[in-house]
Design a protein around this ligand. Structure first.
Ligand code: ADP
Ligand code: MG
Length: 501
C-alpha cells in the first residue's frame, strides 16, 4: 500500500486534501422502489408516474424486493456488513419536485454497513499501488422528480418520472487524499456496480452522480471543515472539483479566512464551484421512522441467494487473468475494468482455445494483444464499441487460429481483419478468395531471395563487408516480393543461406 503524496503548496507550507464521496446510484430495476411504475430512461414527462409516486392521499408504499436484493448484492460485492434488520425513515422537506413532502430514505438503520473498495493508483503495478478506501454505509432511498425551467417564459414544469425511482446512496469514509484517488474510487465503484448489475453506471444519463466532500488540512493535523459539491456527473468532473475546491480552500485559509460548511454547485463550463446554500443538519429534516412501512427483515435464504448470484468480481478476475492466463498486470487491469469487456475477452479466449484445441492459457496472450491493439484500434477509428463491433469474438478467434497454425502471417492477418471489418466475411473465406495463404514453398521463396540479392549487389557487398544490420533489409525486400505471404522463418533461413553462398 502506498500513500499518495498529493500536496498543495501554500505560502504557509504544504496542505493535504481530504475527500469523501457520497454516490447516488440508480438501481437497475423495471419498477420503482415503492410502486410498480416503469423506470425507462428518456420517456415523455409524467408518463411513468403511479398514484404512489404522485403522492395521492391514502396511497401506501410497498417495497420492491428486487431493489432490496440489488442493494444487498452490492453490499456483499464490497465486503460490507449486511444488516438483516433495517428501517425506512422519512426525510421531510418541501420542494416542488417532491409531492410527498418527504423522501423515504434510511438514516438510522441502513441496509448495508461498513465495507471497502480497493483502488489501484498505478495500473502497471496494481499489486503494489493498491489503496483500500472505506465505505461507511449503503442505504436505499427514493429519487425526487425534476423541475424543468426555461421551457416557457413565465412558468416552470415538473416531471415526476424519476419520483420514487430507487437509489442506493453509497457513502465513503473520508479516506481519499488526491483528485486521482477520488477519480479512481468513482471508476472502481462504477466497475463493481456494473459487474454486479445493480446499476448501469450511465453517468451521462444521471444513473450515477456524486456529492464531493472536500476539506484541507496541514498534514498530520485534525480534519478541516468540509464543503459538499452536489451532483457531479463524471469522473473527470469529480477530479476537477477536488482540485479546484481544495485550492480555493487553501486560498481562503491562507488569507486568514474560515471555511464554512456549505453545499456548492459545480459549473463545468467555468470549471468552478459556487456556494448554493449553507449546510443543513439532520435535525432540519425532522427524520422519523416511516409509519407506512414495516422494518425490513432479511432471512438467511434470501441472503444466500444474493451471495450465490454474485459474479466473479473485478479484483479476483484480474488476479486470475495474471496468474492463470499469464497476462501482464496492465492488460489484466484493462480487460477487467469493465464487465462487458471481460465477457467479450473470455468468449474470445474460449473460442480461440476450442478452435486450436489448446488450453486457454496458451491462447490468452495473443487474444489479449489482438483485442487491445488491433480490435480497439479499429473500433476507435470507426467510432464504435465492443457492443457494436462489426467483428465478433468467434470471428476474431478464427483469425487468431489462422495465424497460430501458420496459414497466414501476422502482417496478412492485419489485412484480413480490415476486410472482415468492411465485409463481415469469415477470415478463412477471405484468405481463400484473395489467395492470402502463407507459403513455405522454398522454391518460390528461394527465387525471390535470389532476385533481391541480384538486384542489390552493392548492399550484398556491404553486408559481406560486415554491415550486418542490412540483414533486415533483405528479409523485408523478400517479404515484399512475396506480397507478405511467405513464412517469415523460411525467409530468414533462405536469406541467410543466400548471403552466405
Ligand atoms: P452528511 O450526511 O451530513 O453529509 P456524513 O458524516 O455522512 O455527513 O459525511 C458525508 C461525507 O462527507 C462522507 O462521504 C464523509 O466521508 C465525508 N466527510 C466527512 N468529513 C469530512 C472532511 N472533514 N473532509 C472531507 N470529507 C469529509
Ligand atoms: Mg451528505
Amino acid at each position: 500500500m502506498t500513500e499518495s503524496t498529493y500536496r498543495i503548496q501554500g505560502a504557509t507550507g504544504e496542505w493535504e486534501v481530504v475527500v469523501g464521496l457520497e454516490v447516488h446510484a440508480q438501481i437497475t430495476t423495471n419498477a420503482k422502489l415503492f410502486s410498480g411504475a416503469a423506470t425507462a430512461f428518456g420517456a415523455e414527462p409524467n408518463t411513468q408516474v403511479s398514484l404512489v409516486d404522485a403522492a395521492m392521499p391514502g396511497m401506501l408504499p410497498v417495497p420492491n424486493r428486487e431493489c432490496i436484493r440489488q442493494a444487498v448484492r452490492t453490499g456483499m460485492a464490497i465486503d460490507a456488513q449486511i444488516n438483516k434488520w433495517s428501517r425506512f425513515d422519512r426525510k421531510n422537506y418541501f420542494y416542488a419536485d417532491l409531492p410527498q413532502g418527504y423522501q423515504i430514505s434510511q438514516l438510522y438503520h441502513p441496509i448495508v454497513g461498513e465495507g471497502q473498495i480497493a483502488i489501484v493508483l498505478d495500473e502497471k503495478n496494481p499489486d503494489t499501488s493498491t489503496k483500500v478506501i472505506g465505505v461507511e454505509r449503503i442505504h436505499v432511498e427514493q429519487d425526487a422528480g425534476k423541475l424543468m425551467h426555461d421551457q416557457h417564459p413565465t412558468s416552470s414544469y415538473v416531471d415526476l418520472n424519476r419520483s420514487g425511482v430507487a437509489l442506493m446512496e453509497i457513502v465513503s469514509k473520508p479516506d481519499m487524499r488526491s483528485p486521482a484517488e477520488a477519480g479512481a474510487y468513482l471508476s472502481k465503484l462504477r466497475t463493481i456496480l456494473r459487474y454486479v448489475g445493480s446499476c448501469d453506471g450511465n453517468m451521462d444519463q444521471g444513473s450515477m452522480r456524486a456529492d464531493v466532500n472536500v476539506s484541507v488540512r496541514k498534514p498530520g493535523e485534525a480534519f478541516g471543515t468540509r464543503t459538499e459539491t452536489k451532483n457531479v456527473n463524471s469522473v473527470r468532473f469529480v477530479m476537477a472539483v477536488v482540485e479546484h475546491e481544495a485550492s480555493r480552500q487553501v486560498d481562503v485559509l491562507e488569507a486568514g479566512g474560515k471555511i464554512v460548511q456549505e453545499t456548492r454547485l459545480y459549473d463545468p463550463d467555468r470549471n468552478e464551484t459556487r456556494s448554493m446554500r449553507s449546510k443543513e443538519d439532520a435535525h432540519d429534516y425532522r427524520y422519523f421512522p416511516d409509519p407506512d412501512l414495516l422494518p425490513l427483515e432479511l432471512d438467511d435464504a434470501f441472503l444466500e441467494e444474493c451471495r450465490a448470484s454474485l459474479p466473479e468480481l473485478p479484483d479476483v478476475k484480474r488476479k486470475r487473468y495474471e496468474q492463470a492466463l499469464g497476462l501482464s498486470a496492465y492488460n489484466a487491469t484493462t480487460l477487467t475494468a469493465d464487465a462487458d469487456t471481460a465477457r467479450w475477452f473470455e468468449t474470445l479466449v474460449a473460442e480461440a482455445a476450442r478452435i486450436q484445441g489448446k488450453s486457454e492459457s496458451d491462447v490468452a496472450k495473443a487474444s489479449a494483444n489482438w483485442l487491445l491493439s488491433e480490435l480497439y484500434g479499429a473500433l476507435n477509428r470507426l467510432g464504435k464499441t465492443l457492443d457494436t463491433s462489426p467483428v465478433g469474438p468467434t470471428d476474431g478467434a478464427e483469425l487468431l487460429a489462422l495465424v497460430a497454425d501458420g496459414t497466414i502471417s501476422g502482417t496478412i492477418a492485419k489485412q484480413v481483419f480490415e476486410i472482415m471489418l468492411e465485409t463481415g466475411d469469415k477470415p478463412a473465406k477471405i484468405v481463400e478468395e484473395k489467395g492470402l495463404k502463407q507459403t513455405s514453398d522454398t522454391g518460390a521463396i528461394e527465387a525471390a531471395v535470389a532476385k533481391v540479392l541480384a538486384d542489390n549487389g552493392d548492399k550484398v557487398e556491404q553486408y559481406r563487408g560486415g554491415k550486418e544490420a542490412l540483414f533486415g533489409f533483405f528479409v523485408g525486400q523478400t517479404m515484399k516480393a512475396m506480397q507478405g505471404k511467405a513464412n517469415p522463418q523460411v525467409v530468414n533461413e533462405l536469406v541467410k543461406k543466400g548471403l552466405a553462398g
